[in-house]
Design a protein around this ligand. Structure first.
Ligand code: PMP
Length: 288
């Protein structure tokens, strides 16, 4: 595979970063995960906006949008990929030991892409297992979950809990005990035919898939409630799913030991999300 590293496409073996990079030393940096369908990066603009928001939290200089767009498409083309997983990483860069951001003169900018590996169809047909993690989501006032940062230990600790219990994903609560989000996903559930999901105030990453799902749900007459929910609301619901860029709409069959069927709203949203992807890709293709 080829990697875009600081202005150059290089073979993976040469895509190396200094041990003095503050991304490595301190987790000081940000990233985005995107998905290309048939050569088109879905919701590219929204990912660029979120990257810029993350960067501004950290006062991190990132290249301009056109540069990033070109870097991503160059990486896809170097790897001859059309259905791909793409990751942009921007770190503070190389500098002497120390936390002062001015120790680093130039950020490190990386684009990785790989052939997209579909989740097993059985996950979508049978649903996945979730647990409620003991690890709480980072406080908004500590490391705001809105920053998609390289500082990912909070999520890794919760994912370790899921793995220990043989579950796929862990639901993290915020410090007040309200549901926040998964380790790499946003959580949805259905209560009396209303689609519920933790609001931004719960301290979550504003998922781009979450946003798309909310929009298609509203457009199709499904009532949506963004709010503060307790685990009991989730456990007492009739359908549960989680969302992210790679899994799209992923049904859940079990949270702890409570079982859920893959209900009509989940199935409808899975289809509607796919249609939205098709519409987006076709529209962009027609313009180019
Ligand atoms: N929350 C967290 C903590 C995540 O890492 C992700 C994955 N980026 C999401 C939510 C879902 O975001 P998106 O739909 O933009 O992939």
């Amino acid at each position: 595979m080829y990697v875009f590293l600081n202005n150059m496409i290089v073979p993976e073996a040469n895509a190396v970063v200094s041990v003095y990079d503050h991304g490595f030393l301190y987790g000081d940096g940000i990233y985005e995960t995107m998905r290309a369908y048939d050569g088109i990066v879905f919701m590219f603009e929204k990912h660029l906006e979120r990257l810029a928001r993350s960067a501004s939290f950290l006062k991190l200089n990132i290249p301009d949008r056109q540069y990033i767009r070109d870097a991503v498409y160059k990486t896809l083309s170097a790897n001859e990929l059309s259905d791909a997983y793409i990751r942009i990483t921007v770190s503070r860069g190389k500098g002497p030991i120390g936390l002062d951001i001015d120790l680093c003169r130039e950020t490190t900018f990386v684009v990785i892409s790989e052939k997209f590996r579909q989740y097993p169809e059985s996950c979508y047909q049978e649903g996945t297992r979730l647990i409620l993690a003991k690890t709480r989501r980072n406080l908004v006032e500590a490391v705001n979950p809105k920053i998609k940062s390289l500082n990912f230990l909070n999520n890794i600790l919760a994912k370790m809990e899921a793995k220990e219990k043989g579950a796929y994903e862990a639901v993290m609560l915020n410090s007040d005990g309200f549901i926040a989000e998964g380790t790499t996903s946003n959580i949805f559930f259905v209560n009396e035919n209303t689609l519920c999901t933790p609001s931004s105030d719960a301290g979550i990453l504003d998922g781009i898939t979450r946003d798309t799902v909310i929009n298609v749900a509203k457009k199709n007459g499904i009532e949506v409630k963004e709010g503060m929910f307790y685990p009991a609301d989730l456990l007492g619901s009739t359908e549960v799913f989680f969302t992210n860029t790679t899994a799209e709409v992923m049904p859940v069959s079990c949270v702890e030991d409570v079982r859920f069927g893959i209900g009509e709203i989940t199935q409808a949203l899975r289809r509607l999300y796919r249609k939205e992807v098709e519409r987006y890709v076709n529209e962009l293709r027609a313009k180019s």
